[in-house]
Design a protein around this ligand. Structure first.
Ligand SMILES: Nc1ncnc2c1ncn2[C@@H]1O[C@H](COP(=O)(O)OP(=O)(O)OP(=O)(O)O)[C@@H](O)[C@H]1O
Length: 581
């Protein structure tokens, strides 16, 4: 029971915010309309039940006039039902897309805000495949949630309406068994209830493992899809290395996991379907079996029998809601658990920046440069990586950072840029100053070239002339006529060209601090030196902090910091630049 309450609390936590959001009036209005239509549909079912009595009695009594008028009445009910069914679907879909738009935008903001997506990745696997959670799970949560919710409402209202009818019918058709009449008030209601309780309990016992199995299936499907995307993204490397058979083996391995789980689902579902299908078949005749003694004893006529059977059927269908929707509920529960886990991972990503032991990057009003005190950069598992008693990067400085491979240079940059919270210490960044980090392989979004250059700003943030000018300055003038061309630029341009493009991006944005993490390592030395001269000329006030292994970089900087081994970590120390050759 406590599991049910906590699951309902999770559903409430996921669903309620939309109905309190800025779109609440549209959401509440549509939901109210859909619910009202569902109630009207139950009302029509009740009227059809009463119609059964009149219609079958008319047949038994061979009364033509009543037969015709009852047929017309049925046509009117059917017409109303058709209109209600059409509009219920239409309004339901409308509500779904509005609700989904709101939830998608909310999850995107929480996931992307303050580099949380990156921290969540660093913190581990608890939120696997966020793409699936945002694209599919939200959709399924709403779609299935509405179907199950409305189904439940229908079941409850049907139950209440028909229990009353069935109670009355029990009195009119008392139980005849073994030649005597048994006066059990509402015996038809008790019979339906007992029948449904037996069915529901057995369904739950047989079907319970499906919840966990469905949860795993969605994860395996997403993993498989993601592996396929990785192959597409890294096609060139795979082709060059001839890695196709390794990829195929890996993909089939992932598919194998998916298939193994699927077999478990199949076996479980086979057992469940044996039960539910059998239960469904027996349910068709069960009411007739219960009422037949009264009918054959002459206590009720054909209309009464048919109405009772139909009412019994409605009560029992309502009570069996859980049985018929078990699979759906099991799948939906898996979706709810996944979204809940995603929420928890988002919260953990945020919390990682708020615990006492974190690197705090704080804007300070005073002028001067970036300053770090008692900095202790660690890995997510707590292993120490880099320390610095104090580190000063004044405005306009040109600092080269050296250190052995794996000593933590890139991680130090991540900490200075404010996306690496693991560790301790304080980093002060002058208020309003901007920081940009250029990695060795820049990220180029798929789309027009102008958008790739202007990123992370929108392409219309800069004039075409300006974008063309900076591209020409970094030696990519040949690309200027292709600014509006849509392409996967990261695949088309050489790594050296991509690095030139990233320098163009930096010149366009003119940050106050530019961190270059081996950002020119793919260029030949003269081109690298030319780009550094260009940066100095175009961004005279910008501080340049570079990571690089080449000795030729020394001549392009004014200071050198070295990460030197110090026990289990590396410490940052100021060292002389190599004398110019
Ligand atoms: N997300 C992470 N989780 C666990 N370990 C990590 C993570 N990122 C980096 N590391 C480890 O931290 C260490 C430092 O990595 P980093 O990339 O900062 O080194 P680097 O000095 O820039 O190396 P290189 O010169 O080879 O680029 C490495 O041992 C690396 O394996």
């Amino acid at each position: 029971m406590s599991r049910l309450t906590s699951s309902l609390a999770v559903v409430w936590r996921l669903a309620a915010p939309y109905f309190r959001s800025e779109d609440r009036w549209a959401g509440r209005g549509l939901l109210a309309a859909v619910v009202a239509i569902e109630l009207a549909i139950v009302a029509i079912t009740v009227m059809i039940n009463q119609w059964n009595n009149r219609f079958y009695n008319a047949l038994q009594e061979r009364s033509w006039d009543t037969f015709v008028s009852e047929l017309l009445f049925f046509c009117a009910l059917a017409a109303a039902f058709i209109v209600l069914a059409v509009y219920q679907l239409y309004l339901n879909q409308w509500l779904q897309i509005r609700w989904r738009r709101w939830m998608t935008s909310r999850y995107l903001s929480h996931w992307l805000a303050d580099a949380n997506h990156y921290r969540m990745q660093l913190l581990g696997d608890s939120a696997d495949n966020p793409d699936q959670r945002i694209a599919e799970d939200i959709n399924q949560f709403i779609d299935r949630g509405l179907t199950i919710g409305l189904g439940l409402l229908n079941a409850v209202v049907t139950l209440v309406s028909f229990v009353a009818i069935l109670w009355g019918l029990s009195a009119r058709a008392p139980l005849h068994l073994g030649g005597s009449t048994w006066d059990i008030p509402g015996y038809l209601v008790w019979a339906a209830l007992l029948w449904a309780i037996v069915g529901t309990t057995l369904t739950h016992l047989i079907g319970r493992p499906l919840i966990a199995l469905n949860f795993r299936q969605q994860r395996y499907e997403a993993d498989f899809r993601f592996s396929l995307v990785r192959v597409r993204e890294n096609g060139e490397q795979i082709a060059l290395l001839g890695g196709e058979s390794a990829e195929k083996a890996r993909l089939l391995d992932r598919f194998g996991a998916l298939m193994g789980n699927w077999f478990a689902i199949m076996t479980r579902q086979k057992k469940l379907t044996f039960f539910t299908a059998g239960y469904g078949q027996i349910s068709t005749v069960f009411p007739f079996v219960v009422v037949s003694p009264a009918y054959f004893a002459g206590a009720v006529n054909l209309g009464g029998l048919m109405q009772t059977a139909s009412a019994f059927g409605s009560v029992q269908t309502a009570l069996s809601f859980f049985i018929t929707s078990y699979r759906s509920i099991a799948e939906w529960k898996a979706v709810v658990d996944r979204l809940d886990g995603f929420d928890a991972a988002i919260a953990a990503g945020r919390a990682a920046t708020r615990t006492a032991e974190t690197i705090a990057v704080t804007p300070r009003p005073e002028a001067g440069g970036i300053a770090a005190a008692a900095l202790d950069v660690r890995l997510p598992n707590g292993r120490p990586l880099v320390t610095a008693a104090d580190l000063a990067l004044p405005a306009g400085a040109r600092v080269l950072v050296n250190g052995p491979s794996g000593s933590g240079k890139s991680t130090l940059f991540r900490a200075l840029a404010g996306i690496w919270p693991f560790g301790d210490g304080d980093i002060a960044v002058p208020d309003g100053k901007t920081v940009m980090v250029l990695p060795q392989k820049p990220y180029l979004p798929v789309g027009p070239l102008a958008a790739a250059v202007a990123y992370p700003a929108l392409p219309d943030g800069f004039s075409r002339e300006r974008i063309g000018e900076v591209l020409t300055a970094v030696g990519l003038g040949a690309l200027v006529p292709r600014l509006d061309e849509d392409a996967h630029w990261a695949r088309m341009l050489s790594l050296g060209e991509q690095q030139r493009l990233a320098i163009a991006r930096a010149i366009l944005h003119a940050p106050d601090y530019l961190f270059l993490d081996e950002a020119t390592a793919s260029l030949d030395e003269p081109s690298e030196a030319a780009l550094y001269r260009l940066l100095r000329e175009k961004l005279p006030g910008t501080a340049l902090v570079s990571i690089g292994h080449r000795s030729t970089l020394d001549a392009l900087h004014d200071r050198r910091l070295v990460l030197e081994r110090d026990g289990d970590r590396h410490t940052i120390r100021e060292r002389d630049l190599a004398p110019a050759r």
